[in-house]
Write a protein that binds this ligand. Structure first.
Ligand code: ADP
Length: 442
């Protein structure tokens, strides 16, 4: 519970922190950009004023103020962001506007006078960002730059004052703001989406852990239950066999018949217990594989010999001609025996007439063994689920045949644990071919 609370707290912190960081970062970035933009604009305005000052130097000396006025007017008409440019000179110790562009007034305002005095004293440009209106009377901002005009002796002979509208820059900045805001919103939405996914993933992980716990409990239960069942079923079978063998006196044929049925059912129970035990061993990783050089041909010969009576009773022929040059396999002998036994047992069980043919070949470092039967075959839908636990094909042909649906699953785990493979080619009502590949012993 404490852990869950901590997780919720962590999620809330993440939920708040990330969007705040993104927002603060975006605002800081746009402000820095704004400042950099303004500094650059101021530098450009200053440069423009200096160019006007330098190009007017001779005209000022020659007092050709009319020409300067013409220049200022033509500059203003060609440069839409330049407004109210004027030239101020010191006439009898008093600052006067001697030339001015069409948008500038002929009077020298008090503030313009103060700025001009400051520029003269400092021998340097003064720049101020002010609120103003453009030529269409739209509100905006402008850099007011006042620049001293210096002669060759570095004496101030005049002052150039001009306003440079920042309209374009303002538009660029506000569109940058808008774009940043859109990016911010998208980022926040994406972050929320990611967080949502994260929470879902966390819940999946929890579910998975719970399922694993449940599987473990089920596995433990299976293991205990099957162990407990194994001993009594073996004892029952033993006693019944003793009775049949006549250890407790002669057995009436009728009683013998009943006891034989009981033996068959106990054997069924025994094989179920054995399968369940193997499932629980596989799931708990308790299967030991003792890898040696295994003679698969010999194993096949032994199994086939044991299964001949069962096949003959059903009128099925087992065909096996050991191939030459089949190398030894790198596998666990006991497991290989179980795999082959299961496949031959199934081939006979699910075949009502015809034959079971076993062949072997060597193929690219593996020993391939085919278990081919002329039996019921398997439909494509059933084929999909064939190697699943407890899966049994349900048809009118298989309904009377007993089984657990565990055999194929178990042997698939064995084969794969030995780096081999198992597959099946099958056609319903024609037959099946189970193919097992085992690594060769090199
Ligand atoms: P069991 O035989 O105990 O039911 P298996 O896992 O060995 O369990 O087999 C699963 C199912 O696959 C069987 O119930 C059967 O329907 C089908 N099957 C297995 N081998 C063959 C085969 N050679 N031919 C047709 N069907 C088969």
């Amino acid at each position: 519970m404490k852990r869950e609370k901590l997780e919720i707290l962590y999620s809330i912190i993440v939920l708040i922190t990330i969007p705040v960081i993104v927002a603060v970062n975006t605002i800081a970035l746009t402000q820095t950009t704004n400042q950099a933009f303004n500094t650059e604009l101021q530098r450009k305005a200053d440069l423009a004023n200096n160019i006007i000052a330098q190009s007017s130097l001779q005209l000022i000396k020659d007092r050709q103020y009319d020409k300067i006025q013409d220049n200022l007017n033509s500059l203003e008409s060609s440069q839409p962001t330049l407004m109210q440019s004027s030239l101020i000179v010191n006439v009898n110790n008093e600052l006067k506007k001697v030339a001015y562009s069409s948008t500038a007034s002929s009077d020298l305002s008090q503030s313009a006078k103060t700025e001009a005095k400051l520029a003269i004293d400092r021998k340097n440009s003064i720049a101020m960002l002010v609120n103003t209106y453009d030529r269409n009377q739209n509100p905006g901002q402008a850099w007011n730059v006042t620049t001293p005009v210096l002669d060759s002796n570095q004496d101030v002979i005049a002052v150039v004052s001009a306003s440079y509208l920042t309209v374009d820059a303002q538009e660029a900045i506000s569109s940058a703001y808008q774009q940043s805001f859109i990016v911010l919103i998208i980022s926040i939405v994406l972050i929320f989406g990611l967080l949502f996914r994260h929470f879902r993933l966390v819940s999946y992980v929890k579910l998975f852990a719970k399922q694993r716990e449940l599987n473990q409990t089920m596995g433990d239960f299976l293991s205990v239950a099957t162990h407990e069942l194994k001993a009594p079923t073996s004892i029952i079978k033993g006693y019944l066999s003793n009775v049949l063998d006549g250890d407790f006196g002669l057995v009436e044929p009728k009683v013998k018949e009943q006891i034989e049925v009981a033996v068959t059912q106990t054997e069924r129970l025994n094989s179920l217990v054995q399968d369940l035990l193997n499932v629980s061993r596989v799931e708990q990783g308790r299967i030991q594989y003792n890898f040696t050089a295994v003679n698969t041909t010999k194993i096949l010969n032994n199994i086939i010999e044991n299964y001949q009576p069962m096949a003959a009773a059903k009128g099925i022929q087992i065909i096996y001609e050991p191939a030459d040059g089949i190398p030894l396999a790198h596998a666990d002998e006991g497991r290989v025996q179980e795999i082959f036994t299961n496949l031959i047992d199934n081939a006979i069980k699910y075949t009502s007439r015809g034959s079971v043919t076993i062949t072997q070949q060597l193929k690219k470092g593996v020993v391939v063994t085919n278990f081919h039967d002329t039996g019921f075959g398997i439909s494509p839908e059933a084929r999909q689920r064939l190697f699943q636990r407890f899966y049994r094909v349900k048809t009118s042909q298989t309904e009377t045949i007993s089984g657990t649906g565990l055999g194929l699953w178990i042997i698939k785990q064995y084969v794969e644990a030995m780096s081999g493979s198992i597959d099946v080619e099958t056609i319903e009502n024609v037959g099946s071919n189970f193919i097992v590949e085992l690594q060769i012993n090199s």
